[in-house]
Design a protein around this ligand. Structure first.
Ligand SMILES: Cc1cc2nc3c(=O)[nH]c(=O)nc-3n(C[C@H](O)[C@H](O)[C@H](O)COP(=O)(O)OP(=O)(O)OC[C@H]3O[C@@H](n4cnc5c(N)ncnc54)[C@H](O)[C@@H]3O)c2cc1C
Length: 411
């Protein structure tokens, strides 16, 4: 196989390092990703075929161990690294428990928290705390303004009381919640002075930091097996009159009077910018996974032979025009997604920069682009990798080909 690949590469005058540098954005970024991949391999924290044979319980334990090794390996420091988590997904692609939830919470605290609250983010970045992002509920996902989790303000004690009055209103889905999280970014409807004050974000301790046991008034569990992410502890969370200090309400853009009446300070549009970065990570995942799958399928097509020519020599399936059409279409889509994502990343950075100065002129365009292309790219991803699996015949269907696992990474 290696010899055959070498021979095919020798037929091309394209410099692979130059091409990879183009795909990854720059030579420096490409080298950095390769370096992280090497370190991850040395520490055994890369996806492992044994994972496919594991029970869910073993898969969760394996992910925890991977996380532990990953975090102890200070060389892979995805929060403080100038390149960060996104490159880990683009490179070795392993899953850390406590990664996405903590990353989303860190961004939320930095965007929505007061300077005092922003200091909490350091504890997450240094892996002292793990957080989940608890927005979605069993009965309510997209319709965030109608979430059922309540945060009732008590002016006497200056506390909020978190409560899920119905089973439907409990938090359902947050990654890293079931087992890992010590804290949660909780979205709840604030009730104060007998009035609905709208949905706002709190940063809340949900487990005892010493024992890791959920605090009284906090019920937590795992939501069970899913289509993919076998080792991930997506969880549920139900509050029963759980008291939290007023200071846990993320308050950069809020002012509150003694009765708990809330008023927006500055422009609430700023909160939209915090989710955009997460969308760029999702776009990055779609094209990087598409590249990986296209590479697997192309190499397979060069190696796999079916039927013989008039001289009796086996024909590599790559020689068939229809096979090339299947592969080239998906390689083309990978480049399209990668080039577009590079443009989106720049526009998100510019949008964030302007928003810091209360200029929201780019917000609508950027928001619409990110939402539309998230939908388009995840659809292309599903369609494209499905095509590449079929292009590998029966072997594409085997977990050991790597393709089914990659297919299921992007929901
Ligand atoms: C793997 C995974 C990880 C997740 N991690 C987290 C997490 O960490 N934290 C968290 O808070 N949540 C998480 N979620 C939840 C996720 O954010 C929600 O599933 C998502 O927001 C969609 O909400 P929903 O499932 O309630 O779908 P719904 O809002 O019920 O939508 C279902 C369908 O209804 C239709 N629909 C809904 N609204 C409209 C409309 N206005 N117009 C037309 N059609 C409509 C569409 O067909 C849509 O696909 C996760 C989910 C998954 C699968």
């Amino acid at each position: 196989m290696q010899e055959l690949l070498k021979w095919h590469r020798a037929q091309s005058n394209i410099d692979p390092v130059e091409l990879a540098s183009f795909v990854y954005g720059s030579k420096r970024r490409f080298e950095h990703i390769m370096e992280k991949t090497k370190i991850a391999k040395q520490h055994g924290i890369v996806p492992d075929n044994r994972f496919h044979e594991m029970s869910r319980k073993d898969a969760i334990q394996f992910t925890q161990l991977t996380t532990y090794h990953g975090l102890m390996t200070r060389e892979i420091d995805f929060y403080n690294d100038p390149l960060g988590l996104e490159e880990i997904y683009e490179g070795p692609g392993f899953h850390f428990s406590g990664s996405i939830g903590s990353l989303m919470t860190t961004q939320l605290i930095m965007n929505m928290g007061t300077p005092e609250q922003q200091k909490w983010a350091d504890n997450i970045k240094n892996h002292v705390w793990f957080s989940c992002y608890a927005q979605t509920e069993l009965a309510t996902g997209s319709d965030v303004q109608n979430l059922g989790t309540l945060a009732v303000y008590d002016p006497k004690t200056k506390e909020f009381v978190l409560h899920n009055p119905t089973i439907e209103s409990m938090k359902w889905w947050p990654g890293d919640l079931g087992i890992v999280a010590s804290h949660a970014a909780v979205f709840a409807k604030v009730m104060a002075n007998g009035k609905d004050q709208g949905v706002h974000a709190f940063f809340v301790e949900i487990r005892d930091p010493k024992t890791h046991i959920p605090h009284p008034g906090v019920e937590i569990g795992d939501i069970g097996p899913k289509l993919s992410f076998k080792g991930k502890d997506n969880g549920f969370l139900r509050f029963n009159n759980y008291k939290i200090p007023q200071s846990t309400l993320l308050g950069k853009y809020l002012s509150m009077d003694d009765q708990g009446n809330l008023k927006n300070v500055g422009n609430p549009k700023r909160m939209y910018t915090s989710m955009m970065k997460m969308r760029t990570i999702l776009l990055t995942t779609t094209y990087s996974v598409q590249f990986k799958c296209a590479t697997i399928a192309t190499r397979y097509a060069l190696y796999r032979t079916q039927f013989t020519n008039s001289r009796g020599a086996p024909i590599p399936i790559y020689e068939y025009q229809m096979q090339r059409e299947k592969l080239f279409k998906e390689i083309g889509r990978a480049y399209l997604m990668q080039l577009s994502t590079a443009i989106f990343k720049k526009s998100v950075a510019e949008c964030e920069r302007l928003a810091l100065n209360d200029d929201f002129s780019q917000l609508q365009n950027t928001h619409v682009n990110m939402c539309s292309f998230k939908a388009l790219f995840t659809w292309w991803h599903n369609d494209g990798i499905g095509n590449l699996i079929k292009a590998c015949g029966g072997h594409g269907y085997s977990m050991y080909s790597g393709l089914p696992h990659l297919f299921l990474i992007v929901p």
